[in-house]
Design a protein around this ligand. Structure first.
Ligand SMILES: Nc1ncnc2c1ncn2[C@@H]1O[C@H](COP(=O)(O)OP(=O)(O)OP(=O)(O)O)[C@@H](O)[C@H]1O
Length: 284
């Protein structure tokens, strides 16, 4: 694909990241405290190499915090996190960036930056100190822009794009990073239904072609269930269910943990979750 790592997370240039290939993410007993508040407690999650796991749960459940911890973006908590068999705290920042790429919910965008330059930031782990991007880095950036239907935006300031266009650029930067593990925090929340399908199909295609591993969060439960091999349901900072979509997307679990009235029906590619209103307006 676009990077220089193989699907096992080994980094050819770094030469140090040589953990086991079959488990991309191993989170064991993770506890995270932020601002004096306990946000995650005893979280166990594992993601096999090439697997797509989606974390769901109500607002504030701790989904983003889990992804940030796995991406090495939080101070060490209690418990352990390994990426492809290597404890995350043993990975240097540059080596980690070749293994794992994160699309955050609201990435910080440098003021006035053009789309192409932003996507090229994804190549930073491959550019020597004080060096410039190579022709190969530029080719990767243009290839990713093309795949995401963004070529026409390359010279535009990121700040002038619509929310959905910007969200595709955020994904483009992560794909340009060429990492084996993608952490996607609500990657399609601003996308129309067509672009949503296009982006998720692209990620799934990369997974099929290059063994990419995906750990995502999503609020659209039907879409989440269509793409994930496995789902992890979180509530109040803990994992409360973990299994295939059919085992996690049940009326009962969603009622208990989301306080939602839903009907789960069989879809072609997984369960479909339909919200059901308690009563029609005007009814008593
Ligand atoms: N730096 C912080 N200091 C204090 N509390 C924090 C901090 N960061 C996050 N939290 C709290 O941790 C909890 C979990 O936040 P997180 O963003 O992980 O939830 P989430 O499941 O991703 O929610 P959403 O679905 O709304 O995006 C929230 O209650 C949030 O307010």
């Amino acid at each position: 694909m676009t990077g220089r790592n193989d699907a096992a997370g080994r980094s050819d240039a770094a030469g140090e990241v040589t953990g086991r290939a079959d488990v991309a993410v191993e989170v064991t007993g993770l506890g995270v405290t932020l601002g004096g508040a306990r946000i995650l407690s005893g979280v166990d999650v594992s993601v096999a190499t090439g697997e797509w796991v989606t974390v769901i749960g109500p607002n504030g459940a701790g989904k983003s915090t889990l992804l940030r911890a796995v991406g090495g973006l939080l101070p060490a908590g209690t418990g352990a996190i390994s990426l492809f068999g290597t404890p995350i705290n043993r990975l240097r920042r540059r080596d980690r960036a070749r293994i794992v790429a994160t699309v955050a919910q609201s990435p910080v965008v440098p003021a006035g930056m053009a789309v192409l330059d932003y996507v090229l930031l994804g190549r930073t782990p491959y550019i020597p100190a004080l060096g410039r991007e190579s022709a190969a880095d530029l080719a990767v950036a243009y290839d990713v822009l093309d795949r995401l239907d963004l070529t026409g935006f390359a010279a535009r300031a990121l700040s002038t794009l619509s929310g959905g266009e910007r969200q595709r650029v955020f994904l483009a930067r992560a794909l340009a990073q060429g990492a084996s593990l993608l952490l996607l925090d609500e990657p399609t929340s601003a996308l129309d239904i067509g672009h949503q399908q296009e982006v998720l199909e692209l990620v799934d295609q990369l997974r099929a072609d290059h063994g990419l591993t995906v750990l995502a969060t999503m609020h659209d439960l039907s879409v989440a269930g269509e793409y994930a091999d496995r789902m992890v349901l979180m509530a109040a900072g803990e994992v409360v269910a973990d299994g295939p979509p059919r085992a996690v997307l049940t009326d009962e679990l969603l009622a208990v943990h989301y306080r939602a009235r839903v009907r789960v029906i069989d879809g072609e590619h997984g369960p479909l979750v339909v919200p059901v209103r308690a009563r029609r307006s005007g009814q008593r």
